[in-house]
Design a protein around this ligand. Structure first.
Ligand SMILES: Nc1ncnc2c1ncn2[C@@H]1O[C@H](COP(=O)(O)OP(=O)(O)OP(=O)(O)O)[C@@H](O)[C@H]1O
Length: 623
């Protein structure tokens, strides 16, 4: 009989109470170990130059062969510390991972009692209530059914099978507890497919709709992988730190958000997560790094800075994840990413594990990305670059000069419909930083509390603006594309594309700030003659997402040259994930998303045109 995830968590809790050979006792008292001695085996000889130990092998959980790339030929349990809890158990799914395959990292580094609880509540006191609520799915607000019918495409060799529940994957007790604290009842489709692939140690290029849980899909395997690894001795070079995993993201705010999430997932596991991003004092980040780091979440610029100061080495990186990977590999970031991944001291592809995630993946970017991957699996949940059906999309024809009054009408209507006279959160996207400031000012003087986020604001101002928006204190946020990707702000009811982007992928990410995690949302776009190149991809995208396409937009679409999409639309069926490796025609100067049949003018944009979809002369709003 299949047990539910909640059951398995309960079972594993009772197993903890029953001692057996693989029982990992919880330490009763924290033992402080200075940073330079952390993660060492008990018998480590001091002052060894370079990495002394390879990753230890681990195999056999839930039918998945784990960490295979490191396992061949390496010695087995002797690598671990002697005594209970450090052996190999081949822990069985459903036992919640309480077997001895897990490293009790807290043994030598018990930070559990000193760690700030990142959760609002203390689950230990509320376990029963919480479990009940999870089983009823009441306090998640997640409409899981919305994800059930999404088609999935995988390609690559020996793709590990997906799972249906967290219980089927042996992530370990401590991580399972945190998943429960996050109120995740069952994995979303991207998690069902990506987690077993990543746990098997495979490289992955994964594409899934905005708000569908990609962050956990790469964080869980990384945390679980680090927890499983036997103590890895890291080089000891004065003031240089050696993380085991690196997660790169394009914006400061997104890096902070991933860091917050990863900290929740790794709470009390002994896995230490640190964030480094530009615009914030580097000394503070250095101090934090020196306290110990297993997973580093970073923006590329600050990371390069740390590497050049020799305060950080990538020599021990086992897991590399690029969130918003297509953005990370477009013209703006690609040189920096190449430098980080190929020209510093990071282990080569095939030695490290590399995972790329995004909601959009143009073919040309897929091709670039393949340089970083080894024998990878391509996974697409839903159509690559599609938007979720959970978002109601509206397009209105609005002349440039009428945009402000039109926005005002929308905001008035929203205020009237809002609960308790409160304004629902509205995110308004504009093209330029100046435009953002000017619109914010105008909204404020017209009685609509608004704030802005863009690259010309100081980091402190940006963080303040985001907090004020998230808490509802300032319910309108006027933003450039710096807020387009990844940000997970609950209760964003409405995204307004005051200025449409030039690229349909940017549109997909922008509207994806609403309608997240199974909830519904509304997106309104102001379209006019300045957006003709977007007419076709926009009409197609809306059609795909079962949205009502206005007749005037269809007319524009039929007349318009195909642009605004880096040639992404192929006019194929409703679903088409499209691993570029499957396109035998690729490389013959066709469109990036496959199917050369539609490659009319505008298709096959050379890669030098990449830059986040900005037209010539328009400054990128990214930082
Ligand atoms: N299994 C789950 N059960 C319930 N909620 C989940 C689950 N997985 C993720 N979530 C929640 O769904 C929301 C969206 O997740 P996340 O930010 O990872 O999406 P994403 O796919 O990375 O989106 P984007 O493409 O915009 O970056 C978050 O609030 C997250 O906590």
């Amino acid at each position: 009989m299949r047990t539910s995830w909640a059951d398995s968590v309960a079972n594993s809790a009772s197993e903890i109470a029953v001692s057996d050979n693989s029982y990992v006792p919880r330490p009763t008292r924290s033992t402080y170990v200075p940073p330079h001695l952390r993660n060492r085996q008990a018998s480590d000889a001091p002052n060894l130059p370079g990495p002394a130990t390879e990753r230890a092998a681990f195999t056999g959980t839930a039918g998945v062969s784990l960490g295979s790339r490191w396992s061949s030929g390496l010695p087995k349990p002797e690598m671990g510390r002697p005594g209970p809890g450090y052996g190999y158990s081949g822990a069985v799914a459903g036992r919640g991972g309480s077997g001895g395959g897990w490293n009790n990292r807290s043994r030598g580094w018990d930070r559990r009692e000193r760690e700030v609880n990142p959760f609002d509540d203390d689950v230990d006191d509320k376990t029963d209530d919480a479990e009940q609520a999870f089983s009823e799915q009441e306090n998640t607000g997640i409409n899981f059914d919305a994800y059930e019918d999404i088609p999935v495409e995988t390609s690559g060799e020996n793709v590990p099978p997906p799972v249906n529940t967290f219980a089927e994957i042996d992530l370990g007790d401590l991580l399972n507890q945190n998943i429960r604290r996050c109120k995740y009842v069952k994995p979303t489709p991207i998690q069902r497919h990506a987690i077993p692939i990543a746990l098997a140690g495979r490289d992955l290029m994964a594409c899934a709709q905005t708000g569908s849980g990609k962050t956990a899909a790469f964080c869980f395997p990384i945390i679980s992988g680090i927890m499983r690894e036997q103590y890895v001795q890291r080089p000891r070079v004065a003031r240089t730190v050696y993380p085991l995993a690196l997660i790169l993201s394009p914006t400061r705010e997104l890096s902070c958000q991933i860091h917050d999430e990863a900290k929740k997932f790794s709470y009390q596991t002994g896995v230490k997560v640190v964030v480094a991003y530009g615009g914030a004092p580097i000394n503070q980040q250095l101090r934090e790094l020196e306290r110990g780091v297993d997973i580093l979440v970073a923006t590329p610029g600050r990371l390069v800075d740390l590497l050049e100061r020799a305060r950080l080495s990538l020599q021990m990186i086992r897991h590399l994840a690029l969130d918003e990977a297509d953005r990370m590999l477009d013209m703006g970031f690609e040189p920096q990413i190449r430098k980080i991944v190929e020209q510093m001291d990071m282990p080569n592809r095939g030695v490290r594990q590399t995972m790329l995630f995004s909601a959009t993946f143009p073919r040309e970017i897929q091709r670039l990305a393949s340089d970083f991957l080894s024998n990878y699996i391509f996974l697409a949940v839903g159509r690559v670059g599609s938007s979720t059906d959970l978002i109601v999309q509206r397009v209105e024809f609005v002349h440039e000069s009428d945009k402000r009054s039109h926005l005002m009408d929308l905001l008035h209507a929203q205020r009237e419909n809002g609960a308790h006279g409160k304004q629902a959160l509205t995110l308004v996207f504009v093209e330029t930083k100046k435009g953002a400031d000017s619109l914010e000012h105008w909204l404020c003087i017209n009685g609509f509390p608004a704030t802005t986020i863009h690259g010309d604001r100081t980091q402190q101002e940006r963080e303040l603006a985001l907090r004020s928006f998230k808490t509802g204190k300032t319910p309108i946020l006027v933003a450039t594309d710096v807020a387009a990707r990844g940000l997970d702000i609950p209760h964003v009811a409405h995204v307004v594309n005051f200025d449409l982007p030039n690229d349909i992928d940017d549109y997909v990410h922008r509207i994806g700030r609403t309608g997240r995690a199974g909830k519904s949302g509304l997106a309104t776009a102001f379209f006019n003659e300045g957006n003709l190149s977007l007419a076709r991809p926009l009409a197609e995208l809306m059609q795909e997402a079962s949205q009502e396409v206005p007749a005037w937009l269809t007319r524009y679409a039929s007349r318009a040259p195909y642009g605004g999409s880096k040639g992404r639309r192929s006019g194929g069926g409703r679903f088409g994930g499209r691993d570029f490796r499957r396109e035998s025609s690729f490389g013959k100067n066709l469109d990036y998303y496959g199917g050369g049949g539609n490659s009319g003018s505008g298709y096959g944009v050379p890669s030098s045109n990449y830059g986040g979809g900005y037209a010539p002369g328009v400054t990128s709003a990214w930082d």
